[in-house]
Design a protein around this ligand. Sequence first.
Ligand SMILES: [Zn+2]
Length: 437
Amino acid sequence: VPLKRAAAWGLGLTLFTHLHGHWLYLRRLDTDHTLLVPSTRPDPPSPPALTARVRVVVLDGLRDDVGENLPELQALGGARRIMRSEWPSYTYPNLAAMTTGVPPLLSGVRLNSGRTRVPLDTISDVALRHGRRVAVSGDWDLFAARVAPGAALSPVGDLEWIHFGKIDDAGHAHGAASPEYAEAAARGGRLVARLAGEMDLSRETLIVLADHGHRDRGGHGGREPEVTGAYFLAVGAGVRHGVRLPEAPMRDLAPTLARLLGLPPPRDNRGAVMADLFADVPLPPVEDLPYATGRWGRLAVMSLILTLLGLAFRRQLRFRARDFVPWVVYGVVFFAGYFALGYPLGWSIPRGYLRFFVETGLLGIGAGALAVWVGRRVRAQPATVLLLWGGYLLLAAAAGRDMARLEAPALAWAVVLGATLLLYLGGALCVSALIQR
Ligand SMILES: [Zn+2]
């Protein structure tokens, strides 16, 4: 029976698409290599140090506006600004940017998979090379591997990294608008006050910052302003007091730490020293790596070609309006549930990828079954999975052949979500056709 053969092919294509989007594609986004040739040039002469010691406290996931209102942090004075998270606004890519001065596009660290060990020079490596001590502590045992990989650590450091993860946990579980998030942020504020109390801020410098923010409903990873607007405060020796400065990208932390400690920046650094922390100087314009928007144009052209082909062959294909009824039913039901569960059209997924997979899975199977039932009632052709697959191919092709270059962030998400949608709707249509008598 040709219909059953088509349905079996459709099911195979659907499973292949899922494998591509969720496994091959996501794995290639987070690469083991960098797009840079790691520099081996010798360090330039060191500038004079501005401070005897720097303590960097990473309050994971603290949004700028929430940190702004913490009384313990307000009491410290110092210099405030928004640190703009690099995209994708996950923890690992931003810790890599903070320590190497290299954004995710070039470092290859784009997700939290932890598979990658960046072969790039970090500010911790620089400090050790110049005879300084590096210390790492906090509530996350993988932190040292992210900020001082391979480094011989000391109990006390001239450069100290401290991690506090409770704010991010509360953000994922309850969202940034929740009392739980505010309470965790207050705990972070009290921790910072204690750490500052142990320091001699006339000789030493304290830097408090977040790697990213959170959506009101929780989640980070995307480009939303509340997600990329991370908290930053610098206080102590060498730093201006009581000023609010314009935002700076996360990659600027590494060269700024180097300047404070009187060290050369990490060898592959692409960031700029935050000179406005030290004196009232005019800022050079921030040079951000451009993301090619031309890929959307390519998607539009290919969609137009597909539409024209569909129209030209409409008699041969014998499409009727009712054939698209199951798609509409599926789309409306799926996305109503998707938004109700708090998911955005982007990378800022709350509550983790596993739960995303389970929840969208149940939703997709339910919506797919309903679409099949409605489709049978209106006698729609069930082989529309081939058209869906064509749509997915368009997305994947428009995202670019080397998808790891991340040139179209929204498109990169569309490929993953497209694979998810196709798995459930395509699967439901094909299974229904296979078991049809
Ligand atoms: Zn997180």
